[in-house]
Write a protein that binds this ligand. Structure first.
Ligand code: HEC
Length: 164
C-alpha cells in the first residue's frame, strides 16, 4: 500500500512535468502573427497546431482530461505528419528568412543537416508515442511524451529566435 501511494505520487509529479512541458510549448509569440503571410504564416499555423496537439495530449497524460489512447494516437500522428513536412516549410528564400515577421534563425540554413535531423527526431518520437498510446505502462507513455516535447524544445533553442 505504502509502495502504491509512493508510486502514484511519483506518477503525479511526472505528470505535472508533462503538463508543464506542454504549456511551455504553447507560447506562440502573438506579435509575430501581424503581417505574417505566405510560407511564414503556413509554418506558424503548422507549429500552432502541433502546440494544440501537445496541449491536448498533456491534459490527458496529466489526468486533467480523461485518458483516451485513440485521441493521443491521433494527436501524435498529426505531429508526426507536420514533422515530416517541417523542412519544406523553411525554404532558403528571402521571404522565408524575413526576421521582421519570423522567428526563424539564420542557423536553419547554415546548419541545415542539424535542423533536418531535429525534424526527423520529432517524427520518430511522435511515432513512438502513437505506438505506445494504448500501453498499460503509463510511465512509458509519459517518457514518450517527454521525448516529443524534448524534440520541440531542442529545435526551438537552437533554431528559433524567440521574441515576445
Ligand atoms: C526542426 C525544428 C523545430 C521543431 C522540431 C519544432 N519547432 Fe516549433 N518552431 C520552429 C521554428 C524555427 C519556429 C519559428 C518559425 C517562424 O517564426 O517562422 C517555431 C515556432 C513555433 C511556434 C510559434 C508559432 C507562431 O505562431 O509564431 C509554436 C507554437 C511551436 N513552434 C510549437 C512547436 C511544437 C509544439 C513542437 C513539437 C511538437 C515544435 N514546435 C517542434 C522550429 C521547430
Amino acid at each position: 500500500m505504502q509502495k502504491l501511494i509512493h508510486m502514484s505520487t511519483r506518477l503525479l509529479r511526472v505528470s505535472a512535468v508533462a503538463a508543464a512541458i506542454a504549456l511551455s510549448l504553447l507560447s506562440a509569440g502573438v506579435w509575430a502573427h501581424s503581417g505574417a503571410s505566405g510560407i511564414i504564416k503556413e509554418r506558424m499555423e503548422a507549429m500552432k497546431s502541433m502546440g494544440a496537439a501537445m496541449k491536448a495530449t498533456g491534459a490527458m497524460i496529466s489526468g486533467k482530461q480523461a485518458y483516451d489512447a485513440e485521441k493521443i494516437r491521433e494527436a501524435a500522428r498529426a505531429i508526426g505528419k507536420h514533422a515530416s513536412e517541417t523542412v519544406e516549410l523553411f525554404p532558403d528564400t528571402e521571404e522565408s528568412r524575413n526576421l521582421h515577421i519570423s522567428e526563424a534563425a539564420p542557423a536553419i540554413w547554415e546548419k541545415k543537416d542539424d535542423f533536418t535531423a531535429l525534424a526527423l527526431e520529432l517524427a520518430k518520437t511522435s511515432e513512438q508515442l502513437a505506438q505506445n498510446a494504448g500501453s498499460e505502462d503509463k510511465k512509458l507513455v509519459i517518457e514518450n511524451f517527454k521525448a516529443v516535447g524534448g524534440a520541440c524544445k531542442t529545435c526551438h533553442e537552437r533554431f528559433r529566435i524567440k521574441k515576445d
